[in-house]
Design a protein around this ligand. Structure first.
Ligand code: AGP
Length: 594
């Protein structure tokens, strides 16, 4: 997610802005830049890569008292110096956090401008420049900006020759910091904690005019707003978590938004889905390859794509696949999945596939990462920065991307129609409802957190989901866990089940519901502590100690609900065990070595 910091005041601005950007590095970024006013001239410095690169080209003690800075997490246009912010068009310099969905149509209306970058943010700067030239009134301009822009934005704006700093937001975060020596805009409080803990929250469609010793905030109707000045109590780390105790929990709760951010453009209408997925129907076999959770989500993808797409899907662990022999079909696709886009084994698979002349597709979160850049084609999820080592929101977004591939192929082969789009469109509300009541997952955590061996059972799609459920629990709580095909348990491993052994069974598919319940009875007969996560009432109360019910949706959409419940169970077990949830021992967020 991008980061914004701006300052106007009696003290020099550059070091404050750079320090603020450094406090926002946790949000992840691929480039950084600053615009500052010196001798009534806007000077822009911006570099791809780390803030340290930027610092090599600026003088932190420059005589400048107003400026705006930005760390970019690329969404439109690859990471490079030209696409970095700030963007200056005409008299207007802008830093932007968010996604302008109608930027292409705006570009057409702003045909008098010549475009330097690939970004939507440059279009915003041009729009403001055009509107400003019409009547030189920024307050009036900001009051009507929402009529032109579709999407999300937090903007910091400087106008040539104007000694004010302007800010406006919609959906992307922005706060106004105040101090006796000057005033700030920032994406969140950590960026300015070094200088002040006093701030105003500005809400959607509200905007602000900052001067050296004053801040005027306007409400969405254009009236001057009298807001309470807030005081941030706590340290920087706490502020970065937006009030959540751990990044993992924050990211679990970001899922309604980021899942919708990932799917909404694809399911807006059938033509859009066909346009974005076109060509995938030509493949007669797909190899899905990844590591860890990326491998696990591939197993879910296999289940969905084979069921609805009628395409053979093989799934493998990258570290195995890269050294194995493969027989490729004429039209074969290698689909690599990676949140970071830098996992060494997965990247190696991609490079070998290209050497072998096999088509490659990547599902990636980090824009411009190695895998994203080197794959023939990339489908980006929009999970935003994922800080907790244990993936949650990225896994869910990957799952939904695979679901949409299955949806597309199912529509092309006539198995599905666009009526199912409605189920996708209500997913964020359903997930929000699940997240609003965690009593069931907390109660399960309380009865299992002292155990040493915890089993997850499932069949088919549920077995694939159980693989991730088990890994989540192991990663963050350090308890041993194993995912097992429910029908396979009796072929040996059931010998490990004894009185009190927790067995969590995932049952969401109708065609194997009774089969899995029979397996649950087998473990209950041996004294297991049985938890069932399912989308239908279980009448036989003897087969569970705890039942977690989820809404029954089409399996293309409902699978993600199961894993969210399992993410919460893992989180609460780890919390009860006092584990280092965001940074589990021995683990790294991105494994860039073999
Ligand atoms: C997931 O919780 C783990 N942190 C790990 O298995 C991860 O999924 C794996 O290392 C792959 O990472 P990637 O998605 O960035 O390639």
């Amino acid at each position: 997610m991008c980061g914004i910091v701006g300052y106007i005041g009696k003290e020099k601005c550059i070091s404050k802005i750079i320090s603020g950007l450094e406090s926002l590095e946790y949000r992840g970024y691929d480039s950084a830049g600053i615009a500052y006013v010196k001798n009534n001239t806007v000077i822009i410095k911006k570099e791809q890569g780390r803030i340290a690169n930027l610092k090599e080209n600026i003088n932190l003690e420059e005589e400048s008292y107003m400026g705006i800075g930005h760390t970019r997490w690329a969404t439109h246009g690859k990471p490079c110096q030209i696409n970095s912010h700030p963007h200056k068009v005409g008299k207007v310099t802008v830093v932007h956090n968010g996604i302008i969905e109608n930027y292409e149509s705006l570009k057409k209306e702003l045909s008098e401008y010549e475009w330097v970058s690939e970004t939507d943010s440059e279009v915003v700067a041009a729009l403001i420049d055009k509107l400003y030239r019409e009547d030189n009134d920024m307050v009036k301009l900001l009051s009507k900006l929402k009529d032109y822009l579709v999407g999300s934005y937090a903007l910091g704006i400087i106008i040539d020759g104007d000694d004010k700093l302007y800010a406006i937001r919609k959906d992307s975060p922005l706060i106004i910091g105040v101090s006796e020596n000057g005033n700030f805009i920032a994406s969140d409080v950590p960026a300015i904690l070094e200088y002040t803990n006093l701030y105003y929250l500005i809400l959607n469609d509200e905007y602000a005019v900052l001067s050296r010793d004053d801040v005027v905030i306007y409400d969405k109707d254009g009236n001057i707003s009298t807001k309470n000045l807030l005081t941030f109590e706590g340290n920087r780390e706490a502020a970065m978590k937006n009030g959540y105790e751990h990044f993992m929990l924050k990211e679990i709760y970001e899922q309604p938004k980021v899942i919708m951010d990932t799917i909404k453009e694809y399911i807006s209408d059938l033509d859009t889905l066909k346009e974005k997925m076109s060509g995938l129907e030509k493949y007669e076999e797909i190899d899905i390859v990844g590591c860890g959770s990326a491998y696990h989500v591939g197993l879910v993808g296999k289940s969905l794509i084979e069921k609805y797409g009628h395409v053979r899907v093989n799934v493998d662990i990258a570290s195995e696949y890269r050294y194995s022999d493969h027989i490729y079909k004429k039209n074969h696709l290698i689909l690599v999945i990676s949140q970071s886009g830098e996992t060494a084994d997965t990247l190696a698979v991609l490079r070998k596939a290209k050497e072998d002349g096999i088509d490659t597709l990547a599902i990636v979160n980090v824009v411009g990462s190695s895998i994203a850049r080197e794959a023939d084609r990339v489908l980006y999820i929009k999970a935003g920065v994922e800080i907790a080592v244990a993936t949650t929101k990225a896994y869910s977004c990957q799952l939904m991307m695979l679901s949409m591939i299955a949806l597309y192929l199912g529509i092309i082969n006539g198995m599905l129609n666009e009526s199912i789009f409605e189920e996708y469109k209500k997913l964020d509300k359903i997930i929000t409802d699940i997240l609003n009541d965690t009593s069931d997952t907390k109660s399960v955590a309380e009865i299992i957190y002292k155990n040493k061996d915890i089993f997850f059972l499932g069949r088919k799609l549920d077995y694939a989901l159980s693989m991730e459920a088990s890994l989540k629990l192991k990663e963050v709580s350090y308890l041993h866990s194993e995912a097992y095909a429910a029908g396979e348990l009796k072929h040996g491993t059931i010998s490990l089940i004894e009185t009190g052994t927790p067995v969590i069974s995932l049952i969401t598919e109708d065609d194997i519901r009774l089969k899995t319940l029979s397996n649950v009875k087998e473990v209950c007969a041996r004294g297991a502590l049985s938890v069932i996560i399912t989308n239908e009432e279980v009448l036989d109360k003897e087969v569970y100690d705890k039942l977690i019910l989820i809404p029954k949706l089409h399996d293309l959409v409902g699978s993600v609900l199961v894993i969210i419940k399992c993410q919460l169970i893992a989180y609460y077990v780890a919390k009860l065990n006092g584990c280092d949830i965001d940074k589990p021992r021995n683990l790294a967020k991105s494994v860039t070595v073999e």
